[in-house]
Design a protein around this ligand. Sequence first.
Ligand code: SAM
Length: 271
Amino acid sequence: MKDIAKKSHTMYLLDKYQLQASKKFGQNFLIDLNTIKKIVETTHINQSTCVIEIGPGIGALSEQLSYHAGHVVCYEIDTRLKDVLNESLGEFENIEIIFQDFLTVDLKKVVEKYKQDYQDVCIVANLPYYITSDILEHIISSGAQLTSIHAMVQKEVAQKLTDTNYKSPLILMIESVGDISLDMLVSKNVFSPAPRVDSAIISIRIHKPYEPLLTPILKTSFTQKRKTIYNNLKGLFNEQTKNILEECHILENKRPEELAIEDYLNLTKYL
Ligand code: SAM
């Protein structure tokens, strides 16, 4: 075991390759082995799982994932990390590293491929905070046959995503496919460089396929959160808006956050 996340090992790698964490790519490396082990425990992965990791960084989380999963596929955007990842993870036979922006990955196709050899495919990531929502939306709207998503996000974001009184397009997208939980709080002090705020691990368990028409319905419905659902949907359904809302038993003066996921799924039938 290399235990890359041990502070001494991380510092050795960062020093050797003279790596400055890139703000542009949201790089905050985990430097606490115990925290990483606890994160891996929350995922319940095993030898029949293929893990897709977004942003391996210098490989600290990837290494621990590889001891439990059957296979680990890592997508990293920062090509500066090629040499360091080659040294840290090169000898692990069950780790594959692909240098590509995850937002351009055809996830449905990738998951289909790994489903041929593994019972479950799941996502595990210490997400770059600047694109947390974009990445979660990309994963869910891909319609990929994933079992679960386990992601480190800012603590406040985790609290909002798991707050049953709060609604946003992303929260409704998640609700449409499964359920979400906040599994673990993570102190900002276990990262290098330390971010300004604490983090948390959220898990999304996927039980249902995604309805692709939900994306345009939700985007249009939340165009202006303070306006009524009627005013927002007028842009999509024009003069039919009143009738459609009536048929779906939705009061036209409701605000978008007052509708349930079932209402939005009903509305997709009229697109
Ligand atoms: N997994 C490492 C860890 O836990 O120490 C690094 C996590 S760091 C918060 C986020 C990682 O995501 C960085 O390695 C960064 O370069 C990478 N990243 C940022 N944007 C990305 C994107 N669009 N696609 C793939 N990787 C990305």
